[in-house]
Design a protein around this ligand. Structure first.
Ligand code: TYM
Length: 334
């Protein structure tokens, strides 16, 4: 008898500046695991509007993100890829789940604390309830697993708590999801500071390698990346955090172990290592960049795939939301 594959759901913000942290921490795992799971991926535009933006820019970034994901290997034959705001149930469920989320637990979210560090009086409410919408994204599809980078761990714990609370109040309605955070790649650090994660919001573009960077830009950024004292290419997170980060990136692109990286560069210095790392990253990203160019030439096809994704996502989200309306007493039973 055929058993159903476990379902995964994950999302990414169309913020522009998609970098190798997003790729190695999330996107590549999504691509690699498409045969193991029934996969659903979402470009989370409703999350992206929690910070100032313009409508035209958002439209462009959404399309760009869809192209990046298809180009990276998300296969519309095997996976569902859609735009969050195309499936209205996300907003509706977010409101209902918000009634089960505690003010105190949302206030403790690190991401919210970071983004509101300038003063909470002037922070948008959307930024505060952001994790509730994220919880709605996931449970609307009864996803068992959520492949993400380390920075999403706290949001996933919150999702679990809200879901358990909802199920206790209204009966078993949702699957309680688990995070899928890999040991390697879940936290790619900034090239200019090995103690902060590589991020789209860092004003220094040299801190991250973007999937759209040219080979020259990539080599230059790696050449300029901070290193540690000494010259040996040795993995030591405490003594050599910057080199350890670069070694992680190397091992992930070369799909080899950290021991192998050490062996490969035994007796060589940082200069050789950085040059080869630059070449490796350029080669690793090249096929994605080539496919992006192809997709740039077929906007109609991309729009068709997005529409197909909407239909397939809605076919799951629609009936689920009916059930939620029913158990919460929002509809009259016949
Ligand atoms: P976002 O758009 O910031 O990032 C997308 C994915 O990339 C991972 N990531 C990293 N991984 C390793 N190293 C890094 N330096 C790095 N930076 C980012 C993130 O962990 C993430 O997996 N809130 C989410 C989007 C979201 C979502 C969801 C995710 C909305 N709804 C439902 C999962 C399930 C976010 O802002 O991701």
């Amino acid at each position: 008898m055929a058993t159903r594959k476990p379902r995964v759901f994950s999302g990414i913000q169309p913020t522009g500046g998609t970098h190798i942290g997003n790729y190695l921490g999330a996107i590549r795992n999504w691509v690699d695991q498409q045969d193991m799971y029934e996969s659903i991926f979402c470009v989370v535009d409703l999350h992206a509007i929690t910070v100032p933006y313009t409508a035209d820019d958002l439209r462009e970034r959404k399309l760009d993100m869809a192209k990046i994901l298809f180009a990276a290997g998300i296969d519309p034959e095997r996976s569902i890829l859609f735009m969050q705001s195309d499936v209205r149930e996300h907003s509706e469920l977010a409101w209902i789940l918000g009634t089960q989320a505690m003010f105190g637990e949302l206030r403790r979210m690190t991401q919210f604390k970071e983004k509101s560090s300038g003063g909470q009086e002037r922070v948008g409410v959307g930024l505060f309830t952001y994790p509730v919408l994220q919880a709605a994204d996931i449970v609307l599809y009864d996803a068992e697993k959520v492949p993400v980078g380390e920075d999403q761990k706290q949001h996933l714990e919150l999702t679990r708590n809200i879901t358990i609370r909802f199920n206790q109040a209204f009966g078993e309605t949702f699957v309680v999801p688990e995070p899928d955070i890999k040991e390697l790649g879940a936290r790619i650090m900034s090239l200019d500071d090995p103690f902060s994660k590589m991020s789209k919001s860092n004003p220094n573009e040299g801190s991250r390698i973007e999937l759209r960077d040219t080979p020259d830009q990539i080599s230059k950024k790696i050449r300029r990346a901070v290193t540690d004292s000494g010259s040996e290419v040795r993995y030591d997170e405490n003594e050599k955090p910057a080199v350890a980060n670069l070694m992680n990136i190397y091992s992930l692109f070369a799909r080899c172990s950290l021991d192998e990286v050490e062996e490969r560069f035994a007796g060589k210095g940082y200069g050789d290592f950085k040059r080869e790392l630059g070449e490796l990253v350029v080669e690793g990203i090249k096929p994605i960049q080539e496919r992006i160019v192809e997709l740039d030439d077929s906007p109609d096809e991309v729009m068709r795939l997005i529409e197909e994704g909407r239909e397939r996502a809605h076919a799951i989200a629609g009936p689920k939301m009916e059930k939620v309306r029913d158990v919460t007493g929002l509809t009259f039973r016949a």
